[in-house]
Design a binder for this molecule. Structure first.
Ligand SMILES: NC(=O)c1ccc[n+]([C@@H]2O[C@H](COP(=O)([O-])OP(=O)(O)OC[C@H]3O[C@@H](n4cnc5c(N)ncnc54)[C@H](OP(=O)(O)O)[C@@H]3O)[C@@H](O)[C@H]2O)c1
Length: 273
C-alpha cells in the first residue's frame, strides 16, 4: 500500500513543491490549502487530493484529516508548511496582526499536530516535519513576531521530539534560509509605520531591501527545500534538525559555533549596510 502525506499550505512555494515531490515518488498526497481553487497543476495529478484547510480553523483541519483518511486509509507523514511573515517594527504592529502571526505560524502548526497525533499513536508510527526557518534559530530587526512564531515552533517541536520518540513517532525540523517564493510578496504582512514611528523607517527599508536582495541573488529554490523535506520525512534516523539549503547550513553553523557577541555583531553589520 502506498504511503500517504498530508501537507499544509500547498497552494504555492515550498508546500506546492513538497506535494509534487512526494507524488513523483509514488506517495498518496493530500495537498491541503485554504482555497483549493488555487490548486492549479496539482489537481490534475494522480494520487493527489486537495482538501480545504485553514490552519487557523479547527473545523477545516478535522475535515481535511477525515477526508485524507477516507481517501487513503492512513497518514504516514504530516508536513506543516503553512506560514507567512509579519514585517516591521515591534511597536508598529497591531494586536490583530501579532495575534494572526502566532495563530497561523505557531498555533496553526500545533492544531494540525494535535489533530493528527491520535492517528499516529494508534498506529505506533508517523513522522511530523515542521518547516521553520533559520529565523527560528536567529532573529533580525523588523521580523520580531515572525522570529517569535518560528522560535516557538522550534521549542515546541524539540519538546515533542522527547515526548513522541518513545511512541515511535518522529519529529523533524527543516530550516531554510531565503527561498525564492511568494514569501516576500503576497505572504508579507507589513506593520504600518505611522509618523511618530518614523525613527524606524530607514532601518525597515534597509532590512527589507537586504532580504529581497539575498533572496534574489542567492536564495534557494523551493525544489531544493522540498528535497530536504522529503529526505527528512523518509529518513529512518531520529535526527531532529535539517538545514533547508546550503545557505542555511552555513548560517546555522555560524549560530552554533560563534559566541553571541560575534554572531549578533555579524548580523548587525549585514543589516546596517
Ligand atoms: N521563502 C522563504 O524565504 C522562507 C524561508 C524560510 C522559511 N519559510 C517558510 O516556508 C513556509 C512556506 O512559505 P513559502 O516561502 O513557500 O511562501 P508562499 O509561497 O507564500 O507559501 C505560503 C503558504 O502558506 C499558506 N498559508 C498562509 N496562511 C495560511 C493559513 N492560515 N492556513 C493554511 N495555509 C496558509 C499560503 O496559502 P494561501 O495561498 O491561501 O495564501 C501558502 O500556500 C512558511 O512557513 C515560511 O515561513 C520561507
Amino acid at each position: 500500500m502506498a504511503k500517504s502525506v498530508l501537507v499544509t499550505g500547498s497552494s504555492s512555494g515550498i508546500g506546492k513543491e513538497v506535494a509534487m515531490m512526494f507524488q513523483r515518488n509514488g506517495w498518496n498526497v493530500a495537498a491541503s490549502m485554504r482555497q483549493p481553487s488555487r490548486a492549479v497543476d496539482l489537481d490534475r495529478l494522480d494520487h493527489m487530493i486537495i482538501p480545504q484547510m485553514d490552519v487557523t480553523n479547527e473545523a477545516t483541519i478535522q475535515k481535511a484529516i477525515k477526508q485524507t483518511l477516507k481517501e487513503f486509509g492512513q497518514i504516514d507523514v504530516l508536513v506543516n508548511n503553512a506560514g507567512y511573515g509579519l514585517f516591521g517594527p515591534a511597536e508598529a504592529a497591531t494586536e490583530e496582526q501579532i495575534a494572526r502571526q502566532m495563530e497561523t505560524n505557531f498555533l496553526g502548526t500545533v492544531r494540525v499536530i494535535r489533530a493528527v497525533l491520535p492517528h499516529f499513536r494508534e498506529r505506533g508510527t508517523g513522522t511530523i516535519v515542521n518547516v521553520t526557518s533559520v529565523a527560528g534559530r536567529l532573529s533580525s530587526p523588523m521580523q520580531s513576531y515572525y522570529n517569535a512564531s518560528k522560535w516557538a515552533v522550534e521549542g515546541f517541536s524539540e519538546a515533542l521530539y522527547h515526548e513522541l520518540r518513545p511512541l515511535g513517532i518522529r519529529v523533524k525540523l527543516v530550516e531554510p534560509g531565503p527561498v525564492r517564493t511568494d514569501f516576500l510578496g503576497r505572504s508579507l504582512d507589513m506593520a504600518k509605520i505611522e509618523k511618530d514611528l518614523s525613527v524606524y523607517q530607514s532601518l525597515s527599508e534597509r532590512v527589507l531591501g537586504k532580504l529581497r536582495e539575498m533572496t534574489e541573488t542567492s536564495g534557494a529554490s523551493p525544489l531544493q527545500v522540498a528535497q530536504v523535506v522529503y529526505r527528512a520525512a523518509t529518513s529512518r534516523s531520529w535526527r531532529l534538525r535539517y538545514a533547508g539549503d546550503k545557505n542555511a547550513r552555513l548560517i546555522l553553523l555560524g549560530r552554533r559555533l560563534l559566541p553571541d557577541v560575534i554572531f549578533l555583531g555579524i548580523l548587525r553589520s549585514v543589516f546596517s549596510k
